[in-house]
Design a protein around this ligand. Structure first.
Ligand code: MYA
Ligand code: JJ1
Length: 388
């Protein structure tokens, strides 16, 4: 059934529910001298190319490959359209390795035809902090699909991760592979219902008119929580403490330090937005919310070409009710002209989704670990990790 994945150190379907298997690494690390020193073989028309994401030209090529060939919904109506600024941010966190930004080019034309990336991360699983690679942006040009290029690319990124003495990875996919640590549901909150309906992202509900629908999703013009403001550089220490403390309750979560928080959560125009609540009396930072910007191309609509979507990222509420904090996030997202606010049912998100008028989407997101076994499937609420 899975000729490639059955050969890999990942939880296998036949082992689901086997309580004799211990949690932790599936295979031990091998000495670095035993890691294959040369790249895997590609079919002869193609060659490996390490992509320099600091180069504007390379960043453009990656952007174009993904814009035309990356993830679509099940009816091929929308395709993720990560911006160049987003890609450059997502792929260059503290301590990143250029060698983990892997392209495949046609030898003759030098055209970029496939891509896969890793970035380093410390991920805590129960009480162990494990150095991992987060693998993302696996993409093979539409014309080169089903030629078993993906397994070669996955083996090559694995080899390059091993060369840095890292032996585990985390990744997400819309498809079921051996075997998810958890399966999350996408939820969507309409901000611009008329456009969403016009482009086929959502439908007019039963017994609903357009004007009733627009009214249903109306939001105030500005956030309601006193002390709600944009995060600034000076907030990094306080936000790090708030977030570390909050994430400690989940079974799987990133182990963020101040450098990580500065990179991943400091606001960056059209890439990531973060807000916090500073107590007007004590000036304490008590609550935090964030979302990232990921537009989708709208495939084949006469009027609109892009859907502007915000994705819920990390949120922490210690004083403000989470429901109110997220309502303020919706308000600022609406003011910034997003069409829809998306969220997964991870962490405590279930507690606000229905009340804030999110509806379940038709997509799911499966989370995976490479070379690390988790004994039982987790509930989405036990997961404290959001990948981009
Ligand atoms: S998820 C986003 C993936 N990208 C897309 O969905 C974009 C649109 N689709 C494509 O570009 C292609 O369809 C892709 C497959 C490239 C996805 N993750 O070459 P093939 C297996 C893992 O003939 P193609 C993301 O970026 C499939 O089950 N495996 O197929 C995270 C089959 O294996 P098996 C996948 O359609 C990526 C084999 O590939 C995925 O031409 C994490 C078929 O290969 C998938 N999303 O190309 C990667 N889709 O026979 C794993 C299909 O066994 C990282 N397959 O069923 C693992 C950790 C590595 C680092 C370890 C460090 C220690
Ligand atoms: O966006 C998604 N679905 C939308 C559009 C569906 C269009 C037809 N297929 C959706 N809309 C309904 C919204 C409605 C708003 C009012 C309230 C009720 C709901 O459901 C889905 C997620 O639901 N997205 C995808 O399918 C994209 C791929 C998801 C897998 C991603 C893999 C990630 C790669 C790893 O890095």
């Amino acid at each position: 059934r899975h000729a490639f994945w059955e050969t890999q150190p990942v939880g296998q379907f036949k082992d689901v529910g086997d309580s004799s298997l211990r949690e932790g690494p599936i295979e031990p690390p091998t000495p670095l001298s035993e890691v294959k020193p040369e790249p895997y073989n590609l079919p002869s028309p193609y060659e490996w190319a390490t992509c320099d994401m600091e180069s504007e030209e390379t960043c453009n090529e990656v952007y174009t490959l993904l814009m035309n060939n990356y993830v679509e919904d099940d009816e091929n109506m929308f395709r993720f359209n990560y911006s160049k600024e987003f890609l450059s941010w997502a792929l260059r966190p503290p301590g990143y390795f250029k060698s983990w930004h892997i392209g495949v080019r046609a030898k003759v034309s030098k055209k970029l035809v496939a891509f896969i990336t890793g970035i380093p991360a410390r991920i805590r699983v129960r009480d162990e902090v494990v150095k991992m690679a987060e693998i993302n942006f696996l993409c093979v040009h539409k014309k080169l699909r089903s030629k078993r290029l993906a397994p070669v690319m996955i083996k090559e990124v694995t080899r390059r991760v091993h060369l840095e003495n890292i032996w585990q990875a985390a990744y997400t996919a819309g498809v079921v592979l051996p075997t998810p640590i958890t399966t999350c549901q996408y939820w969507h909150r309409s901000l611009n219902p008329k456009k969403l309906i016009d482009v086929g992202f959502s439908r007019l509900g039963a017994r609903m008119t357009m004007s009733r629908t627009v009214k249903l999703y109306k939001l105030p013009d500005s956030p309601v929580t006193p002390g709600f403001r944009k995060m600034e550089l000076r907030d990094v220490p306080a936000v790090t403490r708030l977030l570390r403390n909050y994430l400690s309750q989940f079974v799987v979560a990133p182990d963020f330090d101040e450098d990580d928080v500065q990179h991943w959560l400091l606001p960056f125009e059209s890439v990531v937005d973060s807000y916090l609540v500073e107590s007007p009396e004590t000036h304490e930072i008590t609550d935090f919310c964030s979302f990232y910007t990921l537009p989708s191309s709208i495939l084949g609509n006469q009027t609109y070409s892009t859907l502007k979507a915000a994705y819920s990222y990390y949120n922490v509420a210690t004083k403000t009710p989470l429901l109110q904090l997220m309502n303020d996030a919706l308000i600022v997202a609406k003011q910034k002209d997003f069409d829809v606010f998306n969220a997964l049912d991870v962490m405590e998100n279930e507690s606000f989704l229905k009340e804030l008028k999110f509806g379940p989407g038709d997509g799911q997101l499966h989370y995976y670990l490479y070379n690390y076994r988790i004994r039982n499937e987790l509930k989405p609420s036990e997961l404290g990790l959001v990948l981009l």
